[in-house]
Design a protein around this ligand. Structure first.
Ligand code: GLU
Length: 345
């Protein structure tokens, strides 16, 4: 697609969060209003994930000025799983650039399950979507480093810079998935057969499996999301982790692909880019405003945390985060519609 954007300065269009007290209050309310939701089931296709306490529930918002608002089990660690895909994608975009990643991986939703093999076949071996397993494995294969061990260190270090602290590997979850991830190995072999993975496919799956087993908390996810909301600068450490352009590109991909086959419903209800993982985490990004991290292990049939979606939907609405919401330009600033709409229009 030929677009006339190369020499046009990227201007930004974002608003502000309500004050500190209001955010604090709404984070507590999001937790209280969703803690009673006990629908969904804990993932068990990775045997160790089935051991999670289903009642855990944490909510955290981190603002782009670094303010942290947490409720519930926001400091309890869990494996990041698929949420790692968003941040590895950002790191690869930062290293290789917009065009290379768009052409090699793609930016479109496959509409099929996260571990679909048929999606690869239907698209002539093009992985299409970096937020499901085929595209994510192909993305990890592009990670700089030169060897699987070096790539793993670049991944661990990069995700730690997003979180603002060193992230550790959950050795038990890693071993559990490494012993059972036959399907991901098949996906990597299939990608190799189509020339989409230039390196040892099984070594790439091993790096990918490790990246999924990194331990994070809901607060970490909120900081990581806030970094993508803050033009790539971690608002807690002040470090520029990736470029402003990479944040924009990553969020565009998340908006259409972040919640598995429910991505359309998520955008319709919540109106923000997000990414979920099968351990029960969800990261959501409000550009210019902040990041939301939620964690609760019970999942809907697509693999998204039930309580996490509820809490995020509440926060999107209560904090005015939905990027598609607007009010008439002469409406009262609180967004209510009962003001005097006089004046020429
Ligand atoms: N490590 C998991 C897998 O590859 C991640 C899945 C997910 O969170 O969607 O199956």
């Amino acid at each position: 697609m030929e677009l006339d954007t190369q020499d046009v300065e990227q201007r930004v269009s974002t608003g502000a969060l309500p004050g500190w007290d209001a955010v604090e209050e709404h984070v507590a309310a999001a937790y209280e209003r969703s803690r009673g939701a006990t629908g969904g089931v804990v993932a068990d296709y990775i045997p160790e994930l089935a051991a999670a306490d289903p009642d855990l529930f944490g909510v955290c918002v981190v603002e782009t000025d670094g303010a942290v608002h947490a409720a519930g089990d926001a400091a309890v660690p869990f494996s990041i799983q698929s949420i790692s895909k968003a941040f590895v994608y950002a790191l690869v975009c930062d290293a290789l650039g917009h065009e290379v990643v768009r052409d090699r991986i793609g930016v479109n939703n496959t509409g099929l399950a996260f571990n679909s093999v048929i999606a690869i076949e239907l698209n002539d071996g093009h992985p299409m979507n970096p937020m499901v397993n085929a595209g994510a494995i192909a993305t990890t294969a592009l990670m700089p480093g030169g060897s699987p061990e070096a790539q793993w260190h670049v991944v661990q270090d990069g995700l730690s810079r997003f979180a603002g602290r060193p992230l550790e590997l959950d050795e038990v979850v890693y071993a559990s998935e490494a012993a059972t991830n036959h399907r991901n190995r098949a996906i990597a072999r299939l990608l190799e057969s189509y020339g989409r993975v230039d390196v040892d496919p099984l070594a790439v799956v091993d790096v990918y499996t490790r990246q999924c087993a990194l331990l994070v908390t809901a607060e970490d996810l909120a900081v990581m999301g806030a970094t993508l909301a803050d033009g790539g600068v971690n608002p807690v450490t002040g470090e520029q982790v990736v470029s402003q352009e990479v944040c924009r590109d990553t969020l565009a991909v998340l908006a259409s692909t972040g919640l598995y086959e429910r991505s359309g419903e998520w955008l319709f209800e919540i109106g923000l880019p997000g990414k979920s993982g099968v351990a029960g985490g969800i990261v959501t990004v409000a550009p210019g405003k902040g990041g939301i991290g939620v964690f609760s292990p019970r999942l809907d049939p697509a693999g998204n945390s039930v309580r996490g979606q509820r809490a995020t939907a509440y926060l999107s609405r209560a904090l005015g985060l939905n990027i598609f919401a607007s009010a008439a330009h002469d409406a009262p600033p609180d967004g209510s519609t009962d003001g005097d709409r006089g004046g020429a229009r």
